[in-house]
Design a protein around this ligand. Sequence first.
Ligand code: NAP
Length: 490
Amino acid sequence: MELRLQREELLRRQNFVGGVWTDAADMARYPVTNPATGKVIAEVANSGKADARAATDAASEAAREWRQRLPRERAEILRRWHSLIVENTEDLATLMSMEQGKPMTESRGEVAYGASYVAWFADEAIRIYGDLIPQQQRGKQMWAIKEPVGVVAAITPWNFPLAMIARKIAPALAAGCTVVSKPAEDTPLTALALAMLAQEAGVPAGVLNMLSASRDQGIEAVGDWLADDRVRKITFTGSTAVGKYLARESAGTLKKLSLELGGNAPFIVFDDADLDAAVVGLMAAKFRNGGQTCVCPNRIYVQAGVFDKFAELLVARVSALKVAPATDPQAQIGPMINPKAVAKIARHVDDAVSKGASVLVGGTRLEDLGQNYYAPTVLTNATNDMLITCEETFGPVAPLYRFETEEQAITLANDTPFGLAAYFYTRDMRRAERVSRRLEAGVVGLNEGGVASEAAPFGGVKESGYGREGSKYGLDDYLSIKYVCQGNLD
Ligand code: NAP
């Protein structure tokens, strides 16, 4: 796909700091490439410590005024930002497909999904209530008020270049916080375009600051935020290993943390399930974004009585998936993000096969299309000792495991340090209630594969992190509670 934007100026190559588009302090740049072709799309600022410091200076300065704004005024600006995101859907989707590789239909869907968080938190901004605590002593009055935590550092992954950042910036701004932000090395362009639309929407200078950086430089830049006591909160989406690192490194200044981390989602199909619905749900949950999603089913447990039938239905659908670059309007699966990702998928499939799994469909790289493509794959006879069971594969591979009893399925599903999403299909309402309660996950899809919604609290348990994004709870992570005790009233 040629980069054809209706508004060429949405392709930003500089950082956005203090309301100004600016080069990295040392003028360094790095290339952003298209994973479908390996071609360079643009050279962007390669930010380091000095740029991070400048962003914190700007955010810290802007925080004084922004937190004093009426919530209604902040809401108005967020609403304008939402409108601009929606108006520029085609350009944002093009940038996303170019730098991330997902098919255009998915990119357009992600623009709408990301924008929905901006609209949601525009509405929530005016509902930040406190409490007047019932009087406990004569002459004393107690209140609890909610205040913005201050400067927030938002760090996001490459798999959802727009939605992950929108669902952090929107609640932060709604709450009255200011933001310094670093998107992933591979996908800074969508984030920078979002920053430009925020500027057009009237977000004041310094309230939102966005830096691009290559991997090594990004660690330096984020390191500066971790050590700076003016940054009061880190909101991070990414791998569990990096989440733990951020928790350790921010301990010195005791920052508030929201960590949306890795998953290893089980997908359970019971004998009494509606098999057609289960296959449709699995296809949506597993193969969206080429399987590169934190909530995508990684382990598919199917009860013995329906195992063969389910496998047959699944293979028919997976065989029909169209793998192609985003330029192809029929594309359903694009390239993986980079060669390292393809190598991990291949390693998982090879390991599974060497330990007794069989390939029902796929199981190969698609080198004719390019170096980053892997065929949609279904494996059968998967077992617990395989890498694919223990680690996130992050690719279009569905391993099937056979189970006999409900107890066994729950034990297998929970046998992981992760706890982000879990799915199960059943027609038995008592089982539905029972299994929903016993699954160790922050998000459960019950007869449903599409769980994402701005109105729902999204987040994990166990090593999938803490904090919730979206819903009426999504603002809590950006607020602190102040208790005021007023005395001598009599
Ligand atoms: P990642 O390697 O943890 O990177 C995430 C972000 O952190 C990127 O911006 C990355 O920059 C940055 N980063 C990496 N190492 C860092 C360090 N030492 N110090 C500071 N920043 C650092 O994760 P990823 O591979 O991009 O994304 C995939 C992971 O995200 C998967 O585990 C997936 O499950 C998880 N995820 C979770 C959710 C959720 O909501 N729970 C949603 C989406 C994805 P670079 O890009 O430059 O490395």
